[in-house]
Design a protein around this ligand. Structure first.
Ligand code: PLP
Length: 400
């Protein structure tokens, strides 16, 4: 624990926001920072949850513990609706209380002796859980790296995809696409390279598809690693209802661990993951699972969540257009709720502080996602259209 960075990124941003609000009590601060959803959950989903919850007060409707791996109907709906024609069986889907929690459980499964690689920049959860497990040699270095972790640089210069011919072998590769924070969705060819690389090296890929519902061009950009031939033998996929259905507070996600994913001794990784799940987690909330099923089971439910994602995607367009009109180098946005903006020669925290001071808009400093994020900020589309438009007007008058 002592090796972990002093502050986690988002608490640090909250502290700065509070200090700013104290300094300017009348300022209307707009947050385009933390990746929390803001749109209400469609009522077709909440009414299914409330009906089930009320049933819990009746002798006929009461249910206690469910299967640790999740309700059969939801596992089946995910296998069929999220992974059509990808050969995913319902028994390979493990329902969870969110992708964040699955990252911790997977790191618990892998243990302290594995080597890991991560994209740089990336969501901090993979590295931080690795540090907690003891996978690193020492505390965070001034460069923002931990010794013992392989950082795969993903920048505009390499199409946000690492040159795998120069990446050393690791036991596990955490790969997030569409990526948080860069917003880049890997192409089919890039994922094919990743799967081949893992197969050659005997590595496990943990593919985080929490933002897959934002992918615009699903022709060239797979929505799942299992669209790539051979992925079933090397990849675990973790995903979530958080950004897809606004379940950041409700809490629901899943992990797919295919039967063909084997350790070197031929035993199934799924068997051990099942053991970890049954030991450290007694299953996701039954109310949340009913909500998850309502998102997937009917065309009406699926259309309702698509509409919400569509609203955020329109916000992203407004953000991208604003930064582009200001002559900024801007990435992401097409396939994710995040926009990644470069400020050459400047430090991310300085840009964050300057924008907050002058416009009362909260962003996220790119360096919080790894050394490769230095010089960038992440801007999130998770807010109302009105606030996004207002934030863009303020940014335009400041940056123009
Ligand atoms: N993975 C990525 C890439 C994320 O950005 C987030 C949340 O921001 C999570 C996982 C956590 O998701 P959940 O709410 O399902 O725990």
């Amino acid at each position: 624990m002592e090796k972990l960075r002093n502050g986690y990124l988002f608490p640090e941003i909250s502290m700065r926001r509070e200090a700013h609000q104290k300094k300017y009590p009348d300022a209307k601060v707009i947050s385009l920072g933390i990746g929390d959803t803001t749109e209400p959950i469609p009522s077709i989903i909440t009414s299914a949850m409330s009906e089930y919850a009320l049933g819990l007060s009746t002798p006929e409707g009461y249910q206690g513990y469910g299967p640790e791996q999740g309700q059969k109907g939801l596992r089946k709906a995910i296998a069929e609706k999220v992974y059509p024609n990808m050969g995913i069986r319902d028994t390979e889907v493990f329902i969870s209380d969110g992708a964040q929690c699955d990252i911790a459980r997977l790191q618990m499964l892998f243990g302290r002796d594995v080597t890991i690689a991560v994209q740089d920049p990336t969501f901090p959860g993979y590295v931080d859980n690795g540090v907690i497990m003891g996978q690193t040699g020492g505390a965070e270095e001034p460069s923002g790296r931990y010794a013992g972790i392989e950082y795969m640089r993903c920048a505009p210069e390499n199409g946000f995809f690492p040159d795998l011919t120069t990446v050393p072998r690791t036991d596990v590769i955490f790969f997030c696409s569409p990526n948080n924070p860069t917003g880049h969705a890997a192409s089919r060819e890039q994922l094919r390279q990743l799967v081949d690389f893992a197969r050659r090296n005997g590595s496990i890929v943990v593919f985080d598809s929490a933002y897959t519902s934002y992918v615009s061009d699903s022709g060239d950009k797979p929505r799942s690693i299992y669209e790539v031939p051979g992925a079933r033998e090397v990849a675990i996929e973790i995903s979530s209802f958080s950004k897809f259905a606004g379940f950041t507070g409700v809490r629901l996600g899943w992990a797919v661990v295919p039967d063909e994913l084997l350790y070197a001794d031929g035993t199934r990784v799924a068997r051990d993951f099942d053991r970890v799940v049954c030991t450290s987690f007694n299953g996701a909330s039954s109310v949340a699972q009913v909500g998850g099923l309502a998102c997937l089971a009917t065309e009406e439910g699926r259309e309702a969540v698509r509409r919400v994602v569509g609203k955020y995607k329109e916000n992203t367009r407004v953000l991208v257009d604003t930064f582009a009109a200001l002559g900024k180098e801007v990435y992401g946005g097409d396939d994710s709720p995040y926009v990644w903006v470069r400020f050459p020669g400047q430090r991310s925290w300085d840009v964050f502080a300057e924008i907050l001071e002058k416009t009362h808009v909260i962003t996220v400093p790119g360096s919080g996602f790894g050394p490769g994020g230095e010089g960038f900020i992440r801007v999130s589309a998770f807010n109302s259209r009105e606030r996004v438009v207002e934030a863009c007007a303020r940014l335009t008058s400041f940056l123009a």
